[in-house]
Ligand binder design. Structure first.
Ligand code: AMP
Length: 174
């Protein structure tokens, strides 16, 4: 199922830096029906999973709500230095910088199935790093769900080059 946004994604040019066309999800979050519909859809895509992982920060919003709705555990994938326990890290290239994501090591029993959730799929570097962290933590990624994709940036193919069998799904149609 595709959720219809009725213009609930605002386009903000040149944020946070020149040349970026930012997709602002805050109008969607403020719409209780569409927000709930998105989280329900993620929960239904996670039926075969044990956990839903959210990528900091906006991925947390959807992943945590979907985890509660779908009766799943929630796994935070956080930016560098935010998790207090032993972590596994993965660095990846952004356009003009390097970013690092982390997951807690030895927290979730080996082999559990995990759906990765974020708001926007752009170049795919962030979601790919999250998938690789799930694998490095001895867990099984079952797929990636993002609210929306920016197809021109090639995120889906970047992830599928590395993990051809991984399902990458997008929820929104405007
Ligand atoms: P990427 O690694 O290039 O796929 O970027 C995806 C991550 O950066 C997600 O966590 C998004 O929240 C954020 N992001 C990247 N580009 C945009 C954009 N144009 N609008 C909103 N968020 C974005």
């Amino acid at each position: 199922m595709v959720v219809t946004t009725q213009g609930l994604i605002r386009i903000i040019p040149d944020f946070p830096s020149p040349g970026i066309i930012f997709k602002d999800i805050t109008p969607l979050l403020a719409d209780k029906e569409v927000f709930a519909q998105c989280c329900k859809e993620i929960a239904s895509l996670a039926q075969e999973c044990d956990y839903i992982a959210g990528i900091e920060a906006r991925g947390f919003i959807f992943a945590a709500a979907a985890a509660v709705m779908g009766n799943k555990g929630f796994i935070p994938i956080r930016k560098l230095g935010k998790l207090p326990g032993e972590t596994i890290s993965k660095s990846y290239e952004l356009e003009y910088a390097t970013a690092t994501l982390e997951i807690h090591a030895n927290l979730i029993p080996q082999g559990k199935r995990v759906l990765v959730v974020d708001d926007v799929l752009a170049t795919g570097g962030t979601a790919l790093a999250a998938v690789e962290l799930i694998i490095a933590a001895n867990l099984t990624p079952t797929g990636v769900v993002c609210l929306l994709d920016i197809p021109a940036l090639g995120g889906k193919s970047r992830i599928n080059e590395a993990h051809p069998d991984l399902q990458i799904q997008t929820l929104l149609a405007e």
